[in-house]
Design a protein around this ligand. Structure first.
Ligand SMILES: *Cc1c(COP(=O)(O)O)cnc(C)c1O
Length: 387
């Protein structure tokens, strides 16, 4: 494969990791629906033995995602949780992990409900407060797990500063780049050791596949991740790899529209009487707007706002939209709307939830690529129905 590192991300999104098939000239990477591969003599194979260990469709996807992140090595998984689990496999009983107090719910769950039972220790802190992070770090700390922007308040964490803190303590810095995507933010360039993705979201982009990925520049680290990828076996099917490869080709054009729509919607909501507050990293009112400007090329397609109303009124609002679909998840071409207090974050006791800034009237939006005027009209109608 040619060295594509000089090409721009729009070009790499389409071509990186994918050459036309030598034998047939097939332009697109085929779905290699194979569990096993012929050997010319015992142990004399042509690069593939068994599809959990390696599959050509997956190889192309892994190379494509690695290229987008500006990384050398990519690994694909059957879900974002599969990739997060694989990073945790690097640790041993007694190791300590520092992470944000507003990490993705599934991440919080695997940390506290799975790996605490394996004697890993976790500290959850406000990762925008670097003193708090330093205070939580110690000799046993092996991993600083960073998410940015976070869910659902879109807090922005300074990747470069946090990677420095991690390295001071000889810990790895892993960044979950699901919300920003490599089109907007490349954590490896900012000093992170591992980038983690839920491919289910923007990289797949069409709400039709679940997947995960890890990217690193460190060969030894990649080999260890590969060992756990193969040993644990949370690998994606060739068909799922094909779907994500189809998605990443249009990542840059989709993200441009996601960002344009979200920016316009955020500004419109900020001026709207029915809305108390808007959380979007692209707004000057956002508390970490300067950090976002520094480390992101644009501000993404996710935003949240506080309806000036009750839990019930917010429930009515999210139920009344017609262009926005009421659903969890994010990152697809279609706009989604949800109410964290009643859906994604309902498991958190109300007092704790409100103290963390997740009010009853909070509404989270994954802004799709529809016409922005239709999105505004839809919300306007829903506001009138709710209030
Ligand atoms: C969805 C998500 C995950 C988990 O990914 P799955 O593909 O659902 O397993 C992890 N981190 C973030 C930020 C996510 O949004």
């Amino acid at each position: 494969m040619t060295d594509d590192s000089e090409e721009r991300i729009e070009t790499r999104a389409i071509h990186a990791g994918q050459d036309p098939d030598e034998e047939t000239g097939a332009l697109m990477t085929p779905i290699f629906a194979n569990s096993t591969y012929v050997q010319d003599g015992p142990g004399d194979h042509r690069g593939y033995e068994y599809s959990r260990t390696g599959n050509p469709t997956r190889t192309d996807l892994e190379a494509n995602i690695a290229s987008l992140e500006g990384g050398e090595y990519g690994r694909a998984f059957s879900s974002g949780m599969g990739s997060i689990n694989t990073v945790l496999n690097l640790l041993e009983a007694g190791d300590h992990v520092v992470t944000g107090d507003d990490v993705y719910g599934g991440t919080h769950r695997i940390f506290t409900q799975v790996y605490e039972d394996y004697d890993l220790e976790f500290d959850f802190v406000d990762t925008t407060d670097h003193d708090a992070v330093e205070e939580a770090m110690g000799e046993e700390t092996e991993l600083l797990w960073v998410e940015t922007p976070t869910n659902p308040l879109m807090r922005v964490n300074d990747i470069e500063a946090l990677a420095d803190v991690a390295h001071e303590y000889d810990a790895l810095c892993a960044v979950d780049n699901t919300f920003a995507t490599p089109y907007l933010q490349r954590p490896l360039d900012l000093g992170a050791d591992i980038v983690s993705h839920s491919l289910t979201k923007y990289l797949g982009g069409h709400s039709d596949v679940v997947g995960g990925a890890l990217v690193t520049n460190d060969e030894e680290l990649d080999e260890r991740l590969g060992f756990y990828q193969n040993s644990v076996g949370a690998t994606p099917s060739p068909f799922d790899c094909f779907l994500v490869l189809r998605g990443t080709k249009t990542l840059p054009v989709r993200m441009d529209r996601h960002c344009d729509n979200a920016r316009e919607l955020a500004q419109w909501l900020e001026d709207h009487d029915a809305v108390d507050r808007v959380y979007y990293p692209g707004l000057e009112s956002h508390p970490q707007h300067d950090v976002a400007e520094k480390q992101m090329d644009d501000f993404g397609g996710m935003l949240s706002f506080e309806l000036d109303g009750t839990l019930e009124e917010a429930s009515t609002l999210v139920s009344e939209t017609e262009v926005f679909t009421l659903a969890e998840s994010l990152g697809g071409v279609e706009s989604l709307i949800e109410q964290p207090a009643a859906m994604t974050h309902a498991a958190i006791p109300r007092e704790e939830r409100v103290a963390a800034g997740l009010s009853d009237g909070l509404v989270r939006v994954s802004v799709g690529v529809e016409h922005v005027d239709d999105l505004k009209a839809d919300l306007e109608r829903a506001f009138e129905a709710a209030l």
